[in-house]
Design a protein around this ligand. Structure first.
Ligand code: DX5
Ligand code: ZN
Length: 215
């Protein structure tokens, strides 16, 4: 299993210390949650913090933009050196154009669905993206309870990817722990995001190892 711990649950007063152990861990990506207070009912952090974290982090960045009009910030996200630029399906009108622009900027385009957005909407765009992120909680806050219907969506998405020949990986975000992680692994997930389960733990690297071992 690939694992992307979410910085949202980290100690922002000690980012150097958090990144020091994180860089030595077996995590595959660092997941960064940007919230604008408009698309979601919360505000997290913006580019000054992201630039600081990008300098400290030696793992590839998975930038999850919970903002309206994410296409306005393609250049800024690319300048961070981001690996994935994750935009919400619900926040964009011209998905095809924005996805091409993200790729042209040198990043891997990824599209995110809220819990109530059906997988079937991806039919005509699945071949263009490198990742689909299924939200397993309503976006905006860490520490929420996993929505079990996500498991069915993972299976449906796995089938869509197979049928379309897309190379997209399936990422899941929200309420991930060892139990929900195991269910998600069985349903066909490739990447697990985990905020409070990792950064909220006394021994975060052990939690990362637990998720890494899921299959
Ligand atoms: C929620 C964010 C998540 C969040 C997950 O809107 O997208 O990435 O950090 O937090 P946990 O793992 O605590 O549910
Ligand atoms: Zn996220």
């Amino acid at each position: 299993m690939l694992v992307a711990p979410s910085l949202l649950a980290a100690d922002f007063g000690n980012l150097e210390r958090e990144m020091a152990w994180f860089n030595e861990s077996r995590a595959d990506y660092l997941h960064l949650d940007v919230m604008d207070g408009v698309f979601v009912p919360n505000i997290s952090f913006g580019f000054p913090v992201l630039k600081h974290v990008a300098r400290l982090c030696r793992k590839p960045l998975d930038v999850h933009l919970m903002i309206v009009e994410p296409q306005k910030f393609i250049r800024e996200v690319a300048d961070l050196g981001a690996h994935y630029m994750n935009i919400h399906y619900e926040a964009v009108t011209h998905h095809h154009r924005v996805i091409q622009q993200i790729r042209e900027a040198g990043m891997h385009p990824a599209i995110t669905l809220c819990p109530s957005t059906p997988v079937s909407l991806l039919h005509d765009i699945i071949a263009e993206v490198d990742m689909v992120l299924l939200m397993s909680v309503n976006p905006g806050f860490g520490g929420q309870k996993f929505i079990p219907q996500t498991l069915r969506k993972v299976q449906e998405l796995r089938q869509l990817i197979r049928e379309s020949g897309s190379r997209a990986v399936i990422e899941i975000d929200g309420g991930v722990n060892h139990e929900t992680g195991q269910q998600l692994a069985e349903a066909g997930a490739d990447v697990l995001v985990a905020g409070s389960y990792v950064f909220g733990a006394e021994h975060p690297t052990e939690r990362i190892d637990v998720l890494k071992a899921l299959s």
